[in-house]
Ligand binder design. Structure first.
Ligand SMILES: Nc1ncnc2c1ncn2[C@@H]1O[C@H](COP(=O)(O)OP(=O)(O)O)[C@@H](O)[C@H]1O
Ligand SMILES: [Mg+2]
Ligand SMILES: [Zn+2]
Length: 262
């Protein structure tokens, strides 16, 4: 019945016990900021963050418990097929690159098929941690932007900027503490870390990234790490514990198709 076939790794995730919703049953507000904006120095502590809510389906009005508002699972599947319609009404995901946001409306080919196949996993409230790898121009950033548009929420950062914004808090003139910046990345309901190959592979960075992925895994929040790397280079680039965690919950998505464009 369902148009999506889950891989064994995805199926394994699907049998985890469901998360019990907490008492944060408040209407969802979409906090959208860039990494640059929250280095600017105001406090973020009182900003609401999306948690699991009882939602009302926009299409059939059924109640469902999910992190992302909008459509119940059945209606969402239909909605995924009507990509164009939804993208024109999608919230502006300001942290995502404008270039990629423009392409999502005319996506075609293998990356669109792959993006659709992975969508249920990201929406499942099971905290999928994914790595997307492949050559330049295979549409990795566009796929991640499309996922955020379909979810209606997402925080985008390049790995370099993530570490830079944390490091910035160590300066004495910083108005933000380290944990305030980190909380932002920990609590975002959908986080995309792009260009993960473009950073120093220091112990400090690896520990920070491992801890971030661990916290998000514990909180059942989906994350996508994008890297222009081959699979055998991942352990060295991201550290073995992240790769293990990813293998457990979501998996590594390889973009093996020819690059778009030329
Ligand atoms: N699904 C798609 N359909 C059509 N063109 C695409 C698609 N995905 C990507 N492109 C084209 O390829 C370019 C690069 O995509 P991008 O996601 O930035 O690649 P990557 O992040 O893998 O380097 C886009 O600017 C767009 O022109
Ligand atoms: Mg990219
Ligand atoms: Zn519905």
């Amino acid at each position: 019945m369902k148009p999506y076939a889950l891989t064994p790794a995805q199926a394994a995730v699907a049998i985890l016990p469901p998360h019990t919703p907490g008492r944060h049953e408040q209407p969802a507000v979409l906090p959208i900021r860039t990494a640059g904006e929250f280095m600017a120095g105001e406090t973020l502590a009182d900003e609401p963050l999306l948690e699991l809510h009882t939602q009302t389906c926009k299409s059939c009005s059924r109640k469902f418990v999910a992190r992302f508002p909008g459509f119940c699972d059945d209606c969402f599947e239909k909605e995924v097929e009507r990509v164009q319609v939804r993208n024109t009404t999608a919230v502006a995901l300001k942290t995502f690159p404008e270039r990629a946001r423009q392409v999502t409306q005319k996506m075609r080919g293998p990356s669109l098929e792959k993006a659709k196949a992975i969508m249920p996993l990201l929406r499942s409230n099971q905290g999928a941690q994914l790595i997307v790898i492949g050559d330049r121009w295979t549409g990795k950033t566009v796929m991640a932007t499309w996922w955020a548009q379909m979810l209606g929420f997402g925080l985008y950062t390049k790995a370099y900027d993530l570490f830079a914004s944390v490091r910035h808090t160590y300066h004495e003139d910083s108005k933000l503490r380290e944990h305030e910046v980190l909380d932002r990345f920990r609590k975002a309901d959908f986080l995309v870390i792009d260009e993960a190959q473009e950073r120093k592979e220091s112990d400090w960075e690896n520990t920070l990234l491992t801890n971030l992925i661990d916290k998000r895994y514990d909180a059942l929040k989906p994350t996508v790490i994008i890297a222009n790397l081959k699979q055998d280079a991942l352990d060295a680039a991201l550290g073995p514990s992240i790769v293990r965690r990813v293998a457990e919950t979501g998996g590594i998505i390889e973009c093996t198709w020819p690059p778009y464009g030329q």
